[in-house]
Write a protein that binds this ligand. Sequence first.
Ligand SMILES: Cc1cc2nc3c(=O)[nH]c(=O)nc-3n(C[C@H](O)[C@H](O)[C@H](O)COP(=O)(O)O)c2cc1C
Length: 184
Amino acid sequence: MAQEHTEAKKCFAAVANETGQEWSHTLKPIVFYYSRSGRTEKLAHLAAKEMRAEIMRIEPEYAYGSFSSSISRVIKERVRREHPRSSTPIPDLSRFDPIFVGYPVWANDLPEFIGDFLSRCDLEGKTVIPFATFAVSGMEKSLASVTAACKGAQILYPFEDGMLRGGDYRKWRLNVRRYIWNME
Ligand SMILES: Cc1cc2nc3c(=O)[nH]c(=O)nc-3n(C[C@H](O)[C@H](O)[C@H](O)COP(=O)(O)O)c2cc1C
């Protein structure tokens, strides 16, 4: 019953949005993501659709090219302790919560320009929900970087999807949607 009520509230908010009125009573989720070759992008669009979230792609200041040139550039950046930045303008997040952050694991970590972007967003008091795709190494190490970049935010419900370890997407979706319903 409570769920139906909050779903109805969301529908009203969506109608208000379509008719040009502000979302006044409800916060909306937003999905930030980066994807070089499309895997994270697919997941990001699926999550945005199912969580009824806005979606925004984060770009690096200088685009990463092919797989092999990205690998050699990321290695060089680490060795030289360079800190690549994002060129994506920082949005006003006052109407958004929770904040999903989707990324491919690079060198066993969060791509640095995403950390740069997140560290310049005002995430105080927000919930950040990270999700990642990778080949084999998992997202554990990257979570420390997400936490460090998202000052004042609580990090919840990380979701990972790789060749050796795939998460249960449906279970994640259910948990996250329950969480979003209860936030209202
Ligand atoms: C520069 C670079 C570094 C990567 N480093 C890792 C890694 O450390 N561990 C891993 O499991 N996969 C690694 N990968 C593989 C990607 O995480 C994986 O293919 C991911 O799903 C790609 O997502 P995308 O299609 O959204 O770009 C790396 C790929 C690139 C291009």
